[in-house]
Design a protein around this ligand. Structure first.
Ligand code: HPA
Length: 285
């Protein structure tokens, strides 16, 4: 039976995954996770690495050599859980499965989620390599991770999405970007299913409906996190200008190369933002 046929089974899956964390991460208080920027995890201190294969029913990436692991440790003084690798719709996983690790982290007590991604730039004010803080998103993936019976213990049937990306976290990220001499930028992210990149006509359509960025991730996790009442910050790296903006074909190798080039800046930004978000979490109310 699939998890979509039976919510109790899904709920048991979340519980058994949490037990696996609890067994292996007893010393971490896990206040704040990051996701998507794998090499950030390499620099954590007091790190405990848990291969996804050791966490019951955790979805594993189909990319060869990228099975993934959860790294729990410290970035400076902040306890974090970092997902080194994540799965995507284009790998054949339904949205609820893509967001399953977010469910597990939420049930493990994580209250702030930082999502990172690579994106195509639609807004021509962004250049290749720009870091952009998500102000909002448009879900064009044709799926919602909350489809199906709602488990009221996890969150409401119809969760509000007016404040998907926490204003206060966005302000912190903009301030820290400025301090690091990174141009402070915000934008609206359109999520498509992929894996083909968009056509130039699709990019013109996305611009018309208000998108600044386009990508194939982030939205299932953000929806599930908000459903559970977690606060979300998401940052995109513009690895390429979207299709049709420059007179050249999109090249996945180039996307990877630009991602690697700005990794240092990206990590500096995360390191700057984390202690401030952790301090926010300590505040009452
Ligand atoms: N489109 C969709 N996803 C992406 C892109 C893009 O141009 N670049 C990086 N991820």
């Amino acid at each position: 039976m699939s998890i979509y046929e039976s919510r109790p089974v899904y709920s048991r899956r979340v519980r058994s995954s949490i037990c696996a964390f609890a067994d292996q991460t007893a010393s971490a208080d896990r206040t704040c996770p990051g996701s998507g920027l794998g090499s950030f995890a390499d620099d954590l201190t007091e790190a405990i690495r848990i291969p996804y294969a050791h966490i019951p029913t955790f979805p594993r990436s189909t990319a060869i050599g990228h099975a993934g692991q959860l790294v729990v440790g410290k970035s400076g003084n902040v306890s974090v859980a970092v997902m080194q690798g994540r799965v995507h719709l284009y790998e054949g996983y339904p949205a609820a499965e893509v967001a399953f690790p977010t469910r597990v982290l939420g049930r493990a007590g994580i209250r702030a989620l930082i999502l990172t991604n690579a994106a195509g730039g639609i807004n021509v004010e962004y250049g290749q390599g720009a870091l952009v803080i998500l102000r909002d998103h448009i879900n064009l993936q044709g799926q919602n991770p909350l489809t199906g019976a709602n488990d009221d213990r996890l969150g409401p049937r119809f969760p509000d999405m007016s404040y998907t990306y926490a204003k206060h976290y966005r302000e912190i990220a903009l301030e820290e970007a400025k301090k690091l001499s990174i141009p402070p930028r915000e934008g609206v992210y359109a999520a498509l299913a992929g894996p083909s990149y968009e056509t130039p006509a699709e990019i013109r359509y996305l611009r018309t409906i208000g998108a600044d960025l386009v990508g194939m991730s982030t939205v299932p996790e953000a929806i599930v996190a908000r459903h559970m009442g977690m606060n979300v910050l998401a940052i995109s790296c513009v690895t390429n200008m979207a299709a049709g903006i420059l007179d050249q074909a999109l090249d996945h190798e180039e996307v990877l190369e630009v991602g690697r080039r700005v990794m240092g800046q990206f990590i500096a930004m995360l390191r700057a933002v984390l202690p401030r978000i952790a301090a926010e979490l300590q505040k009452p109310g």
